[in-house]
Design a binder for this molecule. Structure first.
Ligand SMILES: Cc1ncc(C[n+]2csc(CCOP(=O)(O)OP(=O)(O)O)c2C)c(N)n1
Ligand SMILES: [Mg+2]
Length: 464
């Protein structure tokens, strides 16, 4: 009995990394020094606070409030400057030329797709769209440094993660048109992509919900990693905007990820705006990075326009996340949002046109990488022209193909909620079928796979 108890306790302690001091053993390496003794009490002659909530804090007779505004801002990590020059030539870049060209092509592909889809929405051929303009380096660069089996959670401005992982143009287009080939069976708004095969969870419109989901997934991965030490160790990666970081979910997720020491990389895209709300109205501290330290999480701020910095930061974050059985990491990636928030937004109603034009001219992840490629004679104007016109054709072909496809069967509006259709749902289906039959000119269901037959099946109780 006592043996079983001991082995169980050891297992639990290993999992939570909390064996320090309870039995006089050495503290686990990933427990902060100030927390290495959880159960101690203060003594009369102590020089430090020894209290479970704040350990190893020295007593002082100076009454000094911490004044964040007087502290230096957290630095921004860069490998390459905005002219495409490598800052520390000795360290250089850890990206092969071929890989850099592939990343460049994907960034161009994303920006060409964005331009065409934005236009398609304006022409009324798509209902909604969101561009990644200016932030292509964050999504594509970080995804290129992860392992394909790592589990990704995105917000909505990270189409580059999908692209880099192998989501095809046809996959994007099928989702945008919510046609019968859409993975999501036409149940989501455009840009809410998802892919089980690529280990990317489906995007949710409700801001920040993906952050605690990622912390939870990372906890599951931590246990899997422990159970299968000889298999590839996996991390969860979670993308979100600085605006989403104002949600309670962000704080709950970072705290639980830190206390449970889970292998999760939190990547905040700080693009300066949450729709029309500028960061100055969103927070008073030093960006999102300053919050990482508060939660006891390893944190870095990175220049999001520098693809090499993004990649190296993500690689190191991945190693850190898998150290000592797991720990969360926070990276704040800075890149100005040069596009409108979405096709439903006109950003010139709340920011100066000149501000956007300035940013476009000043810096951009695509032009920066192009400058570097050109300086190494890896790229020229002719290649650029060919890439852009070829990509344009590819996108338009995928767009036209997807536009022609039928919509998914109407049954998909009802199934997959309960294991079997409920009586109430069956009544809804019947009512819908009656309305559609009564008003055929208002409801043209021929564009849906199987037409009204999709509902007949449900009423009759077939194929559920
Ligand atoms: C819970 C919730 N509140 C509000 C919204 C409306 N909303 C959608 S996107 C957005 C701004 C998010 O900004 P940020 O996280 O910085 O991402 P960005 O759009 O800049 O990439 C808001 C407020 C929402 N979708 N969900
Ligand atoms: Mg934002």
């Amino acid at each position: 009995m006592s043996f079983r108890f001991t082995s169980r306790r050891l297992r639990i302690q290993k999992l939570f990394g909390a064996q320090a001091c309870l039995n006089g053993s050495r503290p686990a390496a990933n427990i902060p020094l100030r927390q290495t003794c959880r159960g101690v009490a203060s003594t009369a002659s102590a020089e430090k606070v020894l209290f479970p909530g704040a350990l190893n804090s020295e007593f002082t007779d100076k009454l000094n409030f911490i004044q964040p505004s007087q502290q230096e801002a957290i630095p921004t990590y860069r490998v390459m400057n905005q002219y495409g020059e490598i800052i520390d030539k000795e360290i250089g870049v850890d990206t092969e030329d071929e890989e850099a060209i592939q990343i460049y092509k994907n960034m161009v592909k994303l920006s060409v797709m964005d331009l065409l889809m934005f236009e398609a929405q304006r022409q009324g051929r798509l209902s909604f769209y969101m561009v990644s303009a200016g932030e292509e380096g964050i999504s594509i660069g970080s995804a290129s440094a992860l392992h394909p089996s790592d589990v990704a959670f995105c917000q909505y401005r990270e189409a580059g993660v999908y692209l880099q992982r192998g989501f095809q143009l046809s996959d994007f287009m099928n989702q945008l048109f919510a046609n019968c080939k859409d993975n999501g069976l036409g149940r989501n708004m455009p840009v809410h992509y998802g892919s089980k095969e690529l280990n990317i969870h489906t995007i949710s419109s409700t801001l920040a919900t993906q952050i605690p989901h990622a912390a939870g997934a990372a906890y599951a991965l931590k246990m899997q990693n422990m159970q299968n030490p000889n298999q590839d160790q996996r991390v969860a990666v979670c993308y979100f905007g600085e605006g989403a970081a104002s949600e309670g979910d962000f704080h709950a997720a970072l705290n639980i990820a830190a206390t449970r020491q889970v292998p999760c990389i939190f990547i905040c895209r700080n693009n300066g705006y949450a729709i029309s709300t500028p960061t100055s109205d969103q927070y008073r501290g030093d960006g999102i990075a300053s919050r990482g330290a508060g939660y006891g999480i390893a944190t870095l701020r990175v220049d999001g326009n520098d693809i090499f910095a993004v990649r190296r930061a993500t690689k190191v974050a991945r190693q850190l996340a898998l150290t000592n059985g797991g720990q969360p990491v926070l990276i704040e990636m800075m890149a100005y949002r040069v596009g409108h928030h979405s096709t439903s937004d006109d950003s010139f109603a709340y920011r100066q046109r000149v501000e956007v034009e300035d940013w476009k001219r000043r810096d951009n992840p695509i032009t920066r990488l192009r400058k570097w490629l050109e300086s190494r004679q890896l790229w020229d104007d002719a290649q650029e022209k060919e890439l852009r016109s070829g990509t344009r054709k590819e996108v338009l072909r995928a767009f036209e193909d997807a536009e022609k496809e039928k919509k998914p069967s109407l049954r998909n509006a009802f199934v997959d909620v309960w294991e079997e259709l409920t009586q109430e749902q069956r009544a809804h289906v019947r009512e819908m079928r009656d309305v559609v039959r009564r008003y055929p000119r208002e409801y043209d269901v021929e564009g849906f796979e199987g037409g009204l037959g999709g509902l007949d099946e449900l009423v009759e109780g077939k194929r559920e």
